[in-house]
Design a protein around this ligand. Structure first.
Ligand code: ATP
Ligand code: RIB
Length: 304
């Protein structure tokens, strides 16, 4: 078994830079529009590949120029695109506004990502021979559930980034080894499963659902929770944030890469935090994802 398989979304991000995010009914002027590769699945695959692990992407794009951009971009990062389908829906698109503090709001039109379904025999073989399967929730939930079941049966480690959050079926939860969520997603998941949603102790309470839970906390860092172990808190590197888009994805892809390389979970958490801290210093999702060397350099710097 080797490498990482990502089953997930690929989008083209249309990013507008604004002084502040508009309230409902309000119009604001943008001071810059850029088009970049994104989508949680694509971002996580690129993060794993740039961290140095052989990566395969299972997803779908449209028969359009954006689909070609996605295919070319993934290939450029040496990601195996032989499982990337082309369908008759347009390539997924995200409209993103980023404000002066680096915070964002995102609206996603899933497009071709809704066609990530009916895993083929080749897809099943790829998942079954991987060390880890990494997924998010921008593709049909049934596909995520099916892929997790296939991975569990084959002994492939299942890492789920439950974003954007939605109700997760028991069958999916039962086949996930590592859950990665931000505080908002963690609270929603707790609420959906009749657990107390208060932030204090949330990661520990989610262990009732999944044996390893990571809660990302933005500029505060991330916490690791495991059955039978004390929680581990890793503070974030202090950086000047210009754009948080894809920070969570960079974290997930780099964390998976660390685990697959054989790092202990807490070391993989530090590795992921270093990678994510670099991504917030730069604009865009895929364009801001760091390569291995930059992550190693950041790791040598003290957190504060
Ligand atoms: P996004 O949706 O913006 O991709 P997220 O909400 O899924 O992100 P966050 O918890 O905001 O995830 O961030 C993920 C990780 O990125 C954090 O655990 C941290 O390691 C790093 N990070 C995020 N923001 C900052 C920041 N301002 N400074 C340093 N590191 C950061
Ligand atoms: O997590 C960031 C990503 O969310 C963006 O790249 C956007 O495409 C949406 O999927």
């Amino acid at each position: 078994m080797s490498g990482i398989v990502v089953v997930g979304s690929a989008n083209i991000d249309q990013v507008l830079r604004v002084e502040r995010i508009p309230s409902p009914g309000e119009t604001v002027l943008s001071h810059g529009l850029s088009t970049a590769l994104g989508g949680k699945g694509q971002n996580q695959a690129v993060a794993a590949a740039r961290a140095g692990v052989a990566t395969t992407f299972i997803g779908a794009v449209g028969a359009d120029g954006f689909g070609e951009m996605v295919r070319a971009g993934l290939s450029c990062d040496a990601i195996d695109v032989s499982h990337l389908k082309t369908t008759d829906k347009p390539t997924g698109t995200a409209l993103i506004a980023v404000d002066g503090t680096g915070e964002n709001t995102i609206i996603v039109e899933a497009g071709a990502n809704t066609d990530v379904a009916n895993l083929t025999n080749d897809d099943v073989a790829a998942i079954s021979s991987a060390s880890a399967l990494v997924m998010q929730l921008e593709i049909p939930r049934d596909t995520v559930t099916e892929a997790a079941r296939i991975a569990r049966a084959a002994g492939t480690q299942v890492i789920l980034n439950a974003a954007p959050i939605q109700v997760l079926p028991r069958e999916l939860l039962d086949n996930v080894d590592v859950l990665i969520v931000n505080e908002h997603e963690a609270a929603e998941l707790a609420r959906d499963n009749d657990l107390a949603p208060e932030l204090e102790g949330l990661g520990e309470r989610l262990l009732a659902l999944i044996p390893t839970v990571i809660v990302t906390l933005g500029s505060k860092g991330a916490s690791l929770h495991r059955e039978g172990s004390q929680p581990v808190m890793v503070p974030a590197h202090r950086v000047t944030a210009v754009d948080a888009t894809g920070a969570g994805d960079t974290f997930c892809g780099a964390f998976a890469a660390g685990l697959v390389e054989g790092m202990e979970a807490d070391d993989a958490l530090r590795f992921a935090g270093a990678a994510a801290s670099i991504s917030v210093e730069n604009h865009g999702a895929v364009p801001s994802i760091p390569y291995r060397e930059a992550i190693e350099t950041r790791l040598k710097e003290s957190v504060n």
